[in-house]
Design a protein around this ligand. Sequence first.
Ligand SMILES: Cc1cc2nc3c(=O)[nH]c(=O)nc-3n(C[C@H](O)[C@H](O)[C@H](O)COP(=O)(O)OP(=O)(O)OC[C@H]3O[C@@H](n4cnc5c(N)ncnc54)[C@H](O)[C@@H]3O)c2cc1C
Length: 489
Amino acid sequence: MKTDFIIVGSGIAGLNAALNIAEFGKVLLITKKRLIESSTNFAQGGIAAVLAKTDDFKKHVKDTMIAGCFHNNREAVKFMVKHGPEAIKKLMNLGVKFEIIEKKLALTREGGHSKNRIAYAGDRTGEEIEKTLVALVEKNPNITIWENTFALDLIAKNRMCYGVRVIKNNRVIDVFSRAVILATGGIGQIYKYTTNPEIATADGIAMAFKAGALTQDMEFIQFHPTALAIERKPLFLLSESLRGEGAILINSKGERFMCHAHKLAELAPRDIVAREIYSQQKLGPVYLDISHKNAAFIRKRFPKIYSTLKKKYSLDLTRDKIPVTPAAHYLCGGVKTNLNGETNIKNLCCLGEMACTGVHGANRLASNSLLEAMVFSEHAAEKIKIKRDEIKTVNKPALHLTKISSSQTCASRVIKEEIKTLMWNNVGILRSKSRLRETLVELRRLEKLLPASTTNIEIAEVKNMLTVARLIIEAAIKRKKSLGCHFVV
Ligand SMILES: Cc1cc2nc3c(=O)[nH]c(=O)nc-3n(C[C@H](O)[C@H](O)[C@H](O)COP(=O)(O)OP(=O)(O)OC[C@H]3O[C@@H](n4cnc5c(N)ncnc54)[C@H](O)[C@@H]3O)c2cc1C
């Protein structure tokens, strides 16, 4: 089968790219579950951009670079920051309803930001963006949507991408196109404790890597400091904007500990807050407390967090201290791209969380990821639009669906849990060279237990997780000293 453009992923990056590119050709949008199932849909806090009179581009660039330990690609940061205000304007024009107070766009602050610059929609910003973009994509006659379709492999040869091999309705289908855009999101599911939804199994990065794409900064996994410390999968996130609005962190003795750890206290960069909580947890549970704020304000400002805690966990955000823990949240690195989203493989672009434009450096500044996905998907689309090459095809050895026994799927589930535990224990917030090396050996052992190729989606996901776990550890081993989210003890 042939189409002009294939986009894999229906989060903010894939949806925005699809809307733009559809003006210039037929787009096939592939997503492995329902359209809305994405990390984007889970985002609570907001999207950063220079929008206040007291703010300026230099300050946003500086805050991003400080959070990223100056490991960032400065050109990419400047580019993202400069295009931030237009990205917000575009979302508003598309119908996204950000919070407006006294006829002005409301702006809040999160950790590491020196100014109020986060536009938000209550505490369900991602859901509002996702819902708006999905409605537009569904209406667009140039976009064909394949839900519940799993991208298994890229069809690529000699650093040239021709299309994607997918599994749809129990059939293997090869789709050829002028360009392929991967926007498959993050890798959180590689870790035992994560805020990421089930779709975040690192498929796009593994597929691109297998086809010869370069990856960068894979060691920098951001652990969100404040996920709810009650075991459910994924862990429920307590947005940084709670701390932005005055929530404090207290230890098991009732002491506020962040004031001693950093001058920005609870609003210090995430890696610092996550490590402090992690070490305080050795003494006992750590809590987030916003109960000193007006109850009506809390309910109005954080309706989703308030009602989820109340209904699902019997906790009252206006009165109770909420138990928190760090959890794997965001991959700062990914497939190396330039400012156009292009990779070292011709006709393959990567966008959103799975791409490494270099904007986040060694640690992402809060609310810069929705912005990055929006700005670079917009820009890449401009570039891709002008592609007029013929759709070329290439032979890929045929792959037939093979029946997998239930014992094989059970085995792959056990392996999946082993990977998650190994990664959490040994490649998490604190790392040591010896444990990184041991983990690599363990992963190689697990890899041998899986078939070389498969058409089973569950097994394919586990294989992707293994590939990317290996990339994370190899990058971590190469980095000798601690930097940002990569902390060596
Ligand atoms: C709980 C939570 C809160 C967050 N809060 C914020 C915030 O306030 N501000 C902020 O800036 N960022 C936030 N983030 C991060 C941000 O949401 C993500 O970085 C961003 O949404 C990623 O967008 P994306 O389009 O790259 O990927 P996603 O939104 O994750 O979309 C990926 C898509 O790819 C599809 N896919 C994956 N693999 C395959 C495959 N093999 N075949 C077919 N389809 C596939 C998925 O089904 C999904 O549709 C948060 C993240 C989480 C988890």
